[in-house]
Design a protein around this ligand. Structure first.
Ligand code: SF4
Length: 398
C-alpha cells in the first residue's frame, strides 16, 4: 500500500521550485499526493527571511503533534531555509519531528524518511554546500503550462538585513546547456511559460566567468519552439546591464515585466544595507528599461524601518517610489534576523514609527498603482494568444 505525502511550502519561488522537486522525488519513491494534514508524510519546506517564519513553523508543528499521535507511522519532515539555519534545534523544540534536511540536500529526503522509520529515530542531515542541483531531480510540477527553472542557487552579495547567503551559500550557476535543455523539454511538454529563478538571477554566469551569460540565456529562450512567455526573478540592480535590457526588448517571448528590489530610496540607508547601488543609479536603470520597453510593468520590494532610518531617509524612499511609478510594490516592515549584521545595528526603530511609515508608503503606492491601472484601461494584452487561451482551458493531463 503506497504511503501518501503532503508538502507545505513557505517563502520564495525558489522554495516553490524545490517543493516540486520534493514531490517528484517522493512520487518516484512510490508515494501518492495528498492535501491532508493527516497524510502519512507531511513535509514543511520553510523560509527564514522574516521573524514570523519561526513562529509559523513551530506553531504548525505544535498543531500536528496530536494528529501524529493519533496516526501511527505518520512522519513529519522539515526542510528549507529555516531547517538549514535551526538544524537539530528543530527536533529539540519538536521531538515529534522525524527528519530535518537542508537547502543543499533536497535529494536526501526519501532516504532520510526510510532511515528514520527503520531506526525509529529522528534524522537530522544538513549539508554545508550544494551536493546536487535540485533542478536535476524529478519534478512534480504544480502547473501544466508554467514551469520554474532555476539557473543558479546561492548569492555572492552581503546585504546586511539578509540571511539567505548564510543559508543558501555562495552563487552556483548551472551550465547554460543544462538550463536550455530543461526549458526545451518543458516546452516540448506543453509548457507555455517559464520563470528563470535565482537569488540573484542576473548575475548568472559569474561562477563560470561569463558576465553576458544571462542576456545570452534570455535570447536563447527566444528560440525555443512553443515557448510563449519567459519571466525571471529576482534580479539585483547592480547587475542590471544594458545587454540584459536589450535582450528583454529584442526577444519577443520575454515578458515586458521586471521585478527589481529597491529596498530603500535613501542612499545612506542603501549604504548601510550594503546594496551597492544608489537611488539615482536605480532610477537610471528604470529609465533605460522604459526607453527600450515603453510598456514594461515594473514591480519592487521596499523595506521600511531599517535601523537608523530617519524621517528624511524615509522621505527619500517616498520620493523614489513616486518617481519610479511601480505597477506594484511588495512593502515590508524591517524585521531583525538573528545572524544578520543589521540585527546588531544600533537605532532599531520603535514599532509604532515603522508602522506609521509603512502605512504612508502603502498609501502612496496604492495611488501610483491605481493611476497605472487606470492608464491600462481599454488596452489588450499580447499574452492572451489563441494557443495560450486553448492551453489554459484544456483539461489537465494525469
Ligand atoms: S541580493 Fe541581497 S537580499 Fe538578495 S538574496 Fe542576496 S544578500 Fe539577500
Amino acid at each position: 500500500m503506497s504511503r501518501s505525502y503532503a508538502i507545505r511550502t513557505y517563502g520564495c519561488q525558489m522554495n516553490v521550485h524545490d517543493s516540486e522537486r520534493m514531490a517528484g522525488l517522493l512520487e518516484a519513491a512510490g508515494y501518492t499526493r495528498s492535501e491532508s494534514d493527516e497524510a502519512d508524510v507531511v513535509v514543511f519546506n520553510t523560509c527564514a527571511v522574516r521573524e514570523n517564519a519561526d513562529n509559523r513553523l513551530y506553531g504548525n508543528l505544535g498543531h500536528l503533534r496530536p494528529v501524529k499521535a493519533a496516526h501511527p507511522g505518520m512522519q513529519i519532515a522539515v526542510g528549507g531555509c529555516l531547517a538549514q539555519k535551526d538544524r537539530d534545534t528543530i527536533v529539540r523544540r519538536a521531538p515529534w519531528v522525524d527528519v530535518v534536511f537542508g537547502t543543499h540536500n533536497v535529494h536526501a529526503l526519501p532516504v532520510l524518511l526510510e532511515r528514520a522509520r527503520h531506526n525509529a529515530a529522528a534524522q537530522v542531515e544538513i549539508a554545508e554546500s550544494l551536493e546536487v542541483f535540485p533542478s536535476t531531480l524529478p519534478a512534480r510540477r504544480e502547473s501544466a503550462y508554467a514551469g520554474w527553472v532555476s539557473v543558479s542557487v546561492g548569492c555572492n552579495n552581503t546585504c546586511t538585513f539578509c540571511i539567505v547567503p548564510s543559508l543558501r551559500g555562495r552563487e552556483k550557476d548551472r551550465r547554460p546547456g543544462d538550463v536550455l535543455a530543461e526549458v526545451e523539454a518543458l516546452a516540448a511538454d506543453g509548457v507555455l511559460e517559464v520563470t528563470l529563478l535565482g537569488q540573484n538571477v542576473n548575475s548568472y554566469g559569474a561562477e563560470f566567468g561569463d558576465r553576458g551569460a544571462f542576456a545570452k540565456l534570455l535570447r536563447a529562450c527566444g528560440g525555443v519552439d512553443g515557448l510563449e512567455r519567459v519571466r525571471f526573478t529576482s534580479p539585483h540592480p547592480r547587475d542590471f546591464t544594458s545587454d540584459v535590457i536589450a535582450a528583454m526588448a529584442e526577444t519577443p517571448n520575454v515578458c515586458p515585466q521586471l521585478h527589481m528590489p529597491l529596498q530603500s530610496g535613501s542612499d545612506d540607508v542603501l549604504r548601510r544595507m550594503r546594496r551597492s547601488y544608489r537611488s539615482q543609479r536605480y532610477l537610471a536603470i528604470l529609465d533605460e528599461v522604459r526607453a527600450a520597453i515603453p510598456h514594461a510593468a515594473i514591480s519592487t520590494d521596499v523595506i521600511v524601518g531599517f535601523p537608523g532610518e530617519t524621517e528624511d531617509d524615509f522621505r527619500a524612499t517616498l520620493d523614489v517610489v513616486a518617481q519610479a511609478r511601480f505597477a506594484q510594490a511588495f512593502t515590508f516592515q524591517y524585521s531583525p534576523r538573528p545572524g544578520t549584521p543589521a540585527a546588531g545595528l544600533p537605532d532599531q526603530l520603535p514599532k509604532a514609527v515603522v508602522q506609521e511609515r509603512y502605512e504612508r508608503l502603502v498609501a502612496l503606492q496604492e495611488e501610483v498603482s491605481w493611476a497605472q491601472n487606470r492608464a491600462l484601461e481599454a488596452r489588450r494584452s499580447r499574452c492572451w494568444s489563441p494557443r495560450g487561451r486553448a492551453a489554459r482551458t484544456a483539461p489537465r493531463a494525469g
